[in-house]
Design a protein around this ligand. Structure first.
Ligand code: GDP
Length: 639
């Protein structure tokens, strides 16, 4: 190879390469000189080592492999090779995420110094100049609880009995939230009751709920979803007020509910705890005012503040496409004031506020903190939980949203890495995780206690094991959401996984493991903590044979004359015998013959004789499925 070619390969100007070669004792080279294999090795050994003594390097944090290669003076191939080893698959022109750049720097012995973008510097400056002016703001409340315990009724009652006179008769718009103004202060209620929406928002990184009202029907008491809601609220660290509803019913038993919930840590104030309980009836309205008062009181203690001396920021609570008005986005303003005409960025899109509409359908010129509003003027709809931010100009709004779109493209290639049992050991060693959060679902209530007991015996000096939610029944979407929002894993014992939950887990990269033997759960966690977890083995169907004739050689020797109808069948493989769509036997394929010869496998469309250990009842028409065990490959990191 000639020097100029070698220089090109290493992304070095020829002149520099010649100088370096000279320095390391390979003297007298010129552009067209040949560089020998030996010299190349010497160069690589000395030069890269020298280069790799930790060196600071100025980066933007948005480079692609090609740009990094130029800045590092290291061939792109080496970087790509390293990324591949780390199971990160990118192309050379694809912008990398900052933490991946950091990783690459570490590998190649660079200390990255990320330069701030002009815009960032300016923003920082501006933020410094604008001293925040904090004002008290209204609490935002989510109502949760078991289905049919009266969440919607309570929300409707609060809304309808607190309508100001001027608004009576006006039709309310469903904009995702509404505000109640009382003499002592205001409260914002989110319209979508339930913990799923709440946790979905949290999984997006949005935390708009300040207080959770947990509704429990006094006649029914604590139900599975009550506990689910309670755990979702707890894991978000949000104060909980318990509303004991349906107090008008003759069989209402509020004391029992207090007792039940005390077992879950919600100890009433009158029993020395700090949970507020209020008896209400969504139907008659009894106690509703007390509930509102308590919400204000708890809100008061939280000292909720908003900054009014900044550009408006808000969180999306709903969004839909209107045939006539275009994309409609509902937000709750968090800081600053939103005004008609403001250019804004929201999610990956942008716009200019064309109209601000309140829950009564009234057009406003501006809206301040803790106000739910609907705005027109966005270019696209967005997902609840996204942030809205006002910027200086439409040009800036467009630029930022285009940047975000690009970044999103990267992040779809590299989805968020969430915790898995497999990676637990590494994460503990790196000190990145100190707590393993588990969502546990089991078949019966007794199993929960048994599993909790097993887990409590696992030594927890290296990592704390925290079961943030335990319940019975199939693994559902809400379990996966909770795991996603809390960076936890879902463990199931003798329970199925709902298809939607499976889909969501795949999307959110949440690990679900299910078990049939109770002790396996503890064993696997221990192994995971010790980094000894064996790879998961999965059966894979490799072929099927149709039984065409049955040969009974003697009582204990029955051979099925078969035709391989798909894939291949393999001797000593695991088999399942299927009759009329049902598995009637599982065993091992112990004898496989083609004509007179024993063979190891028989391929598609060939006839063969099959014997299965301990199975003598073949019938014509049975299907013999042959399986092999495959190791489920380690999930590609970050892919
Ligand atoms: P959600 O599923 O929790 O939103 O429950 P709903 O608000 O839809 O209420 C379920 C049922 O309980 C409805 O038939 C309501 O009329 C009834 N309900 C709600 N609150 C009360 C109450 O305080 N007293 C009585 N007696 N019934 C109520």
């Amino acid at each position: 190879m000639r020097i100029y070619e070698f220089a090109k390969q290493n992304n070095l100007p020829t002149k520099d390469l010649i100088k370096i070669l000279d320095e390391i004792g390979i003297k007298g080279k010129q552009t067209l000189s040949i560089i020998t294999e030996e010299e190349i090795n010497r160069f690589k050994e000395i030069y890269f080592k020298k280069e790799r003594e930790k060196k600071e390097i100025l980066l933007t944090g948005k480079e692609n492999v090609k740009e990094l290669s130029q800045k590092f003076g290291i061939p792109s191939n080496e970087i790509l090779k390293y990324l591949l080893e780390e199971k990160i698959i990118v192309n050379i022109n694809q912008k990398l995420e900052k933490d991946i750049i950091q990783k690459i720097c570490e590998k190649f012995n660079f200390i990255p110094v990320f330069e701030k973008e002009e815009k960032e510097i300016q923003e920082e400056k501006k933020e410094k100049i604008e001293t925040p002016i904090l004002v008290k703001r209204a609490p935002v409340v989510t109502v949760m609880g078991h289905v049919d315990h009266g969440k919607t009724t309570i929300l409707d009652k609060i809304r309808n009995s607190n309508v100001a006179e001027k608004e009576v008769g006006q039709i309310t718009q469903k904009i995702g939230a509404y505000k109640v103004d009382l003499p002592e202060g205001s409260i914002v209620f989110l319209d979508t009751p339930g913990h799923e929406a709440f946790t979905a928002m949290r999984a997006m990184g949005a935390k708009i709920t300040d207080i959770v009202v947990l509704v429990v029907a006094a006649d029914e008491g604590v139900k599975p979803q009550t506990i689910e809601a309670l755990d979702h609220a707890k894991s978000a660290n949000v104060p909980i007020i318990v509303a004991i509803n349906k107090i008008d019913k003759p069989n209402a038993n509020p004391e029992k509910i207090k007792q039940q919930l005390s077992e879950y840590g919600l100890i009433p104030e009158e029993w020395g705890g700090n949970t507020v309980y209020v008896n209400v009836s969504g139907l008659t309205g009894e106690g509703i005012n007390d509930l509102l008062e308590m919400i204000l009181l708890v809100g008061e203690m939280l000292e909720l503040k908003a900054n009014i001396n900044c550009k408006c920021e808000g969180t999306v609570i709903e969004s839909y496409l209107d045939k006539f008005r275009g994309p409609v986005i509902s937000i709750i303003v968090e800081n600053g004031k939103l005004k008609v005409g403001d250019p804004f960025v929201v999610g990956n899109t942008w716009g200019k506020v064309r109209a601000i509409i309140d829950e009564w359908g009234k057009r406003l010129n501006e809206a301040g903190p803790s106000t739910p509003i609907e705005i027109l003027g966005a270019h696209e709809i967005v997902i609840p939980g996204e942030k809205l931010k006002v910027v200086d100009s439409e040009k800036e709004a467009k630029e930022i949203s285009e940047n975000r779109k690009r970044e999103k493209e990267i992040s779809t290639v590299l989805p968020v890495k969430r915790l898995s049992l497999k990676d637990l050991y590494e994460e503990i060693k790196k000190g990145e995780i100190k707590e393993l959060k588990i969502i546990l679902k089991t078949d019966f209530y007794n199993s929960i206690d048994a599993i909790k007991n097993i887990i409590s015996k696992i030594p927890q000096d290296e990592i704390k094991i925290n079961i943030i939610h335990a319940g019975t029944g199939p693994i559902n979407e809400s379990d996966v959401l909770l795991a996603s929002a809390s960076n936890g894993i879902v463990l199931g014992f003798k329970v199925p996984i709902e298809p939607k939950a499976k889909e969501l887990a795949k999307k959110e990269n949440v690990e679900i493991r299910t078990y049939e033997i109770i002790y396996d759960i503890g064993d696997e966690i221990v192994k995971a903590i010790e980094g000894m977890l064996e790879p998961e083995i999965k059966e894979e169907l490799i072929g099927q044979a149709l039984v065409k004739k049955v040969f009974k050689l003697d009582k204990n020797t029955v051979v099925a004359g078969c035709l391989v109808v798909s894939g291949k069948v393999v001797r000593n493989s695991k088999v399942k015998i299927v009759r009329n769509g049902k598995i009637i036997f599982e065993g091992v394929l112990t004898s496989l013959k083609r004509f007179k010869d024993n063979v190891n496998e028989v391929n598609y469309n060939n006839e063969c004789g099959i014997g299965v250990e301990n199975f003598y009842d073949f019938e014509e028409g049975d299907i013999i499925q042959s399986f092999i065990n495959v190791e489920v490959p380690r999930k590609l990191k970050g892919v």
